[in-house]
Design a protein around this ligand. Structure first.
Ligand code: NAD
Length: 264
């Protein structure tokens, strides 16, 4: 690995298993010399996250449910027992009731709308409030979004609305924290088969569509996302903030693809 992240410490939130986008990012950071801490949601995930953290030389594995303010405070209190400051934070967390990630957006319930916004949008701001206090020398904050924020994608529904709000919050946070040398960015990842994605209707079709229609004619991997995250989290991205960076094999630039057989 490189030395890009040597001497930097970061908190990775949202690791569930080795298919998680958080895992691709954590590996890239560790490979570049970063020291990592992890947070996980619920005791059931601890037994998965512990060995993954250990694989990257970390034994700082702390519980946090981002739907609960006291739990977020608890996370940062425990983190301070290990480190007095951090250089970066990754928020790879989203949630919506999967019964509403199929069918029509218009049928979204008030209850699930509020919960999706709370867990998938507000939680980033809530975490940034605490992280800011541990970044006296500046830092880099990163969240994960999806193209369904910008364009209508099948079944993405309320998550598309939530991701649009998350992307807007990245811009506001970037302005608020920029004067303290803290950068705030998002990666808009192409579809990847993860636990969270398995809740989305027709996900296999979405993957195939992206593979066939993206300029690179392939899907993206968590390693692809890790590489781009490394740029945003390290000093390579030192003048980049408020950005939504697409890591999607170029899918977002295509309006319409030419037919391969021209006489359709
Ligand atoms: P994942 O299931 O591996 O990760 C989602 C994580 O969110 C899990 O670790 C889960 O524990 C955590 N989480 C959910 N509710 C939580 C809560 N209340 N408190 C704490 N943690 C909570 O799936 P993933 O695809 O790696 O998702 C990571 C991020 O990437 C999400 O924001 C997702 O929307 C985004 N994203 C995913 C894709 C994709 O196709 N997989 C594409 C673009 C963006």
């Amino acid at each position: 690995g490189s030395e890009l992240m040597r001497g930097k410490r970061g908190l990775i939130m949202g690791l569930a298993n080795d298919k998680s986008i958080a895992w691709g990012i954590a590996k890239a950071c560790a490979d570049a010399g970063a020291e990592l801490a992890f947070s996980y949601q619920g005791e059931a995930l601890k037994k998965r996250v512990d060995p993954l953290a250990a694989q990257l030389g970390s034994d700082i594995v702390l519980p946090c449910d981002v739907g609960d303010e006291a739990s977020i405070d608890g996370l940062f209190e425990q983190l301070r027992e290990h480190w007095d400051k951090i250089d970066f934070l990754v928020h790879a967390i989203g949630y919506s009731d999967k019964s509403e990630l199929r069918g029509r957006y218009v049928d979204t319930s008030r209850r699930n709308f509020a919960m999706s916004m709370d867990i998938s949008v507000y939680s980033f701001t809530a975490v940034v409030q605490r992280a800011e206090k541990m970044m006296p020398d500046g830092g880099s904050l990163l969240t994960l979004t999806y193209y369904g924020a910008e364009q209508v994608m099948p079944h993405y529904n309320v998550m598309g609305v939530a991701k649009a709000a998350l992307e807007a919050s990245v811009r506001y946070l970037a302005e608020d924290l920029g004067k303290d040398g803290i950068r705030v960015n998002a990666i808009s990842a192409g579809p990847i088969r993860t636990l969270a994605a398995s809740g989305i209707g027709d996900f296999r079709y979405i993957l195939k569509w992206n593979e066939l229609n993206s300029p690179l004619r392939r899907n993206v991997t968590t390693e692809d996302v890790g590489g781009s995250a490394l740029y945003l989290l390290s000093d390579l991205g030192s003048a980049v903030t408020g950005e939504v960076h697409h890591v999607d094999a170029g899918y977002h630039v295509v309006g319409m693809k030419a037919v391969d057989a021209p006489d359709i």
